[in-house]
Design a protein around this ligand. Structure first.
Ligand code: 5AD
Ligand code: SF4
Length: 466
């Protein structure tokens, strides 16, 4: 069972103390914090909590690290490429720290929960003063206080806990888009994936806490809410209350207001017909399903420990297509899993063609120390993997372009989101999560409207307001 821990009672004292220290050190000015986030939306949501705590401690925020008193990198461990970027960017802080020696440089997030990484940071980057893992987020004010007070290096990682920490402050990045974590951790242990090791066991938040946050978001004008979890379909396991993910969706959907409800990520093994029916009959849930299949080959799916087959995947996808009018499907795919043959890969291609995804997140397999796949024989060369990856992109490009072209002439309800790079254009998003470039007034940003699709490209649409 997940226990609940309440933040405020334990950290308020440290929030006060840090505020006092920084008021003296910054000589009456507001201290500045630079927070850089890598990786998935859960990390974005965690950074919003960290910024919420920093704001309570009197910090304001800057987009560049040069003048910051506190520099934080919230890291991602899911692929080697993400880790390399962190190492590169942290290395570049050395010269800033020389010019501004009192700045505290800190690292947190998934990378820090791997022993060999924390060790490498310790040895290679002596100017890093504070390291804390994903399980210490709720203790950040205490850790920051201790670092500021002692001036000593602090590395706090590796304490896996089963608690759900409620009541953490939050400073949201967007006014009308909100991330809402409903669960933490993952119990699936897909053989390639580091997440269960760095984010710990799966634990759900209570439905009362989630509904309270959803109400607040909607009352504050949020138009696009995304529920977050590594495997949202298994929401509710281990809670005292008897509640499924579909039931949670129905309860949120029952809140009146002008908003879209999204969720990620779904696992095909737990994606039920009840969930599809819930989406189909809802008022606010987007007509979009992100359902990662990873590989189209049953042999590889077994090695990946995904616990579904290609046939099972197609069955649920076909049911969803039948029930949800205008459904947009997206997926994650790994190319070059250890031992993937040309035949395995061709099955991935054929699945893509059969389903007709709106877009795909495609990754070349990246070996993660400590996962079962890292021990598997991997005779396929990097060149071969890259070549397969390029072939996959080509196939998907054609499918996505055809899907976009089929929408020309239709009318779509969109949320106007932000100014595009092109002058006079606003990027809007359909319920199916496709970007539409619209020539429209900036005053529309943050509101819903209807556009007619006038042209299409490979990934984006063009439209005009109706
Ligand atoms: N190598 C490549 N891609 C990975 N993913 C997770 N672990 C790895 C890895 N070791 C991808 C999966 C997952 C997405 C978030 O990242 O496709 O769905
Ligand atoms: Fe990783 Fe699989 Fe869990 Fe997703 S479901 S976080 S891929 S172990």
């Amino acid at each position: 069972m997940s226990e609940i821990n309440t933040f405020a009672t334990q950290q308020n004292e440290y929030i006060e103390l840090v505020a006092q220290i920084m008021q003296i050190r910054a000589m009456g000015e507001k201290p500045l914090a630079y927070v850089r986030t890598y990786g998935c939306q859960q990390n974005v949501a965690d950074s919003e909590n960290i910024k919420g705590m920093l704001a309570l401690m009197g910090y304001s925020f800057t987009d560049t690290p040069e003048n910051a008193d506190f520099i934080l990198f919230n890291t991602c461990a899911v692929r080697e490429h993400a880790e390399d970027r962190v190492f590169g960017n942290v290395g570049a802080i050395k010269s800033i720290k020389k010019k501004h020696p009192s700045a505290l440089v800190a690292l947190c997030g998934c990378m820090m929960e791997q022993k060999h990484i924390a060790q490498r940071i310790y040895e290679s980057f002596p100017f890093v003063g504070l390291v804390f893992g994903t399980h210490c987020l709720h203790e950040f004010p205490r850790l920051l206080y201790q670092s500021l007070l002692s001036g000593k290096r602090q590395f706090v990682t590796g304490n896996d806990d089963l608690l759900v920490h409620e009541g953490l402050p939050k400073r949201r990045d967007g006014a009308f888009k909100g991330w809402l974590p409903i669960m933490y951790g993952c119990d699936n242990f897909c053989s390639y994936c580091i997440v269960p090791y760095v984010r710990g066991r799966e634990r759900s938040r209570s439905s009362a806490a989630i509904l309270k946050e959803a109400h607040e978001l909607i009352e504050n004008g949020c138009k696009d809410i995304t529920l977050l979890g590594q495997n949202v379909n298994s929401y509710g396991k281990g809670l005292d209350e008897n509640i499924s993910f579909s039931e949670l969706l129905r309860r949120i959907d029952a809140i009146d207001g002008d908003y879209t409800l999204r969720f990620m990520t779904s696992h095909p093994k737990d994606c039920t017909r009840e969930l599809i029916d819930t989406i189909a009959s809802s008022r606010h849930i987007s007509k979009h399903l992100h359902l990662p299949f990873q590989s189209g080959s049953n042999r590889i799916l077994k090695l990946m420990n995904r616990r579904y087959t290609r046939e099972k995947y197609l069955e649920i996808v076909n049911y969803a297509k039948e029930k949800i009018d205008g459904l947009s499907l997206t997926s994650d795919i790994i190319v070059g899993f250890p031992g993937e043959t040309e035949e395995d890969f061709s099955q991935t291609l054929s699945l893509i063609e059969e389903v007709g995804f709106t877009s795909l997140f495609t990754f070349i397999y990246s070996k993660r120390v400590g996962t079962p796949a890292a021990e598997m024989l991997d005779p396929i060369s990097d060149e071969e993997k890259s070549e397969r990856f390029q072939r996959l992109l080509k196939v998907q490009e054609k499918i996505a372009a055809e899907r976009c072209a089929s929408m020309v002439g239709t009318r779509q309800r969109v949320l106007f989101e932000e100014r595009a790079k092109k002058e006079g254009i606003i990027n809007a998003r359909t319920s199916g999560n496709i970007v539409v470039e619209v020539e429209a007034d900036e005053g529309l940003i943050g509101s819903f409207g209807t556009v007619e699709i006038t042209a299409s490209g490979n990934w984006v649409l063009r439209g005009r307001p109706v």
